[in-house]
Design a protein around this ligand. Structure first.
Ligand code: F0G
Length: 439
């Protein structure tokens, strides 16, 4: 009922689901998991079934990913590795909306997953596939979140886990997670792209199972977020969906999810999918600016404080390009200053996120300004990681000591919405006086 198929139209080679592949064995292009037959049920019957599962205590139904299993490439009796991922909230964010110049804005908070990032929705499927294939060792390259997520799911599956991270470029919280879940953490001199390159090479030659988003099973899990989001909006999709862009798996997954929803009559349209990159790590935005007509050129020395998306050679850019082009979205960049301020604004809504996630609100503000998004259109931004993933950034922003890395040296950032810690004497009158100017 499902196969792995090469995304290159002229190739289109098909492979069985049991083949351990990451790219097409014939031409080397990316692979999609594709259905060869429609699901048995019609749209309305699926909607009812999925709603009913919300009341079920079956472990698969407690997962916001496996609840939509009619669209996942597994038999019904598969042994699922799950941490009850998904089921993340969709928040109204009035302050952020106002900041962006919108009447309303919704934030889909994928940071509310078991390990604090959107990676969990993909990892449950990739590690379930690893187990189906009988693998013992799973591995990834990571800027931190994939590592934390894989480490947790590998531990659940009682598999060995190795992660490759760029030396000194991963937040402490993410490393702490990976260590606690028992993964072998290998630091590499270089950046994320160097880690990705070497692990891909190794995966070709050895028996480890690679679960970066080049693995199409990861994308299958992450695509279900489109299903959950559509359901939360009563199957009316938003006009715009905005996601951060790093390795470009997430934007690819949303593209696939919304394409499948429309294809099966579960929704009536697709949102315009726009991808936001940090100025210093923006190869995809450059490709978009040239309307996809020039070669895709990787960024050799990516730099941004949003360490999760400090990526110069995104592996899934072709799939993300398909999503953006098909839905008539945009790919733009935002500055370090704008990311920092947008992040503080999301915090003021009582929501919070990590720096990479805040590119969305900064990007939406720019897209509203440019007239691409109209004031009263419906807009959803995807927050990809939890606020506590990078507290160092938050503390430094509010202490007004955050500096942005630039090729020419570090540049101080303004803390437009600074919230400084005040030192007070342990006396009521001192505290009262400190609270006088509370606004
Ligand atoms: N936001 C966060 C918080 C991330 O951790 C990542 C990617 C992205 C956005 C970008 O998503 O790669 O699908 O375009 N983090 C990866 C990691 C690369 O290793 O944790 P993408």
């Amino acid at each position: 009922m499902f196969v792995q198929r090469c995304i290159k139209v002229e190739c289109g080679s098909e492979f069985d689901l049991d083949e351990r592949l990451y790219v097409c064995a014939r031409c080397g292009d990316l692979l999609d998991i594709e259905r060869t037959q429609s699901p048995d049920r019609e749209a309305e019957s699926l909607r009812v079934l999925w709603r009913e599962r919300l009341q079920s205590s079956d472990a698969r139904d407690r997962s916001g990913v496996w609840r939509f299993r009619e669209f996942l490439p597994f038999d019904d009796d598969v042994a699922v590795i799950s941490l009850a991922e998904g089921n993340t909230p969709l928040y109204d964010a009035p302050r952020s909306a106002d900041y962006c110049g919108l009447t309303a804005l919704k934030l889909k908070h994928q940071g509310n997953n078991p390990t604090g990032s959107f990676k969990d929705t993909g990892m449950t499927v990739a590690v379930t596939q690893a187990r189906r294939l009988g693998m013992r060792l799973v591995a990834c390259a990571s800027t931190g979140n994939t590592a934390a997520s894989l480490a947790a799911y590998a531990a659940r599956a009682q598999m060995l886990c190795a992660i490759l991270v760029p030396d000194g470029q991963v937040s402490e919280a993410k490393l702490a997670q990976a260590l606690d879940y028992g993964a072998k953490v290998l630091e590499i001199e270089g950046n994320f792209d160097s880690c990705m390159r070497v692990i891909q090479e190794l995966a070709e030659q050895s028996s480890l199972y690679l679960v970066n988003s080049i693995n199409p099973f990861r994308i299958e899990g992450q695509k279900t977020v489109a299903f959950e989001l559509a359901e939360q909006l009563r199957w009316e999709v938003p006009d715009h969906l905005v996601v951060p862009g790093g390795n470009l798996g997430n934007s690819s997954a949303f593209g696939k999810g919304f394409r499948e929803l429309l294809g099966h009559g579960l929704t009536r349209k697709q949102p315009r999918i726009s991808v936001i990159q940090a100025e210093g790590a923006a190869p995809f935005a450059r490709f978009f600016a040239e309307q996809g007509e020039a070669e895709f050129v990787a960024e050799k020395e990516p730099h941004t404080l949003a360490s999760a998306i400090k990526i110069g050679a995104p592996v899934s850019w072709k799939k993300a390009w398909r999503a953006v082009r098909e839905t008539d979205g945009r790919v733009i960049t935002v500055s370090e200053q704008k990311i920092a301020d947008a992040k503080a604004m999301i915090g003021r809504d009582g929501i919070g996120c990590e720096p990479a996630s805040a590119t969305t609100v900064a990007g939406i503000r720019k897209l509203v300004n440019d007239g691409f998004i109209r004031k009263d259109e419906s807009v959803v931004a995807v927050l990809t990681g939890h606020l506590l993933k990078d507290t160092d950034y938050v503390i430094r922003y509010h202490a007004q000591t955050l500096t942005a890395p630039e090729p020419a040296g570090a540049r101080p950032l303004r803390a437009t919405f600074a919230n400084s810690i005040i030192r007070v004497a342990p006396r009521p009158c001192a505290i009262e006086s400190a609270l006088k100017n509370l606004s």
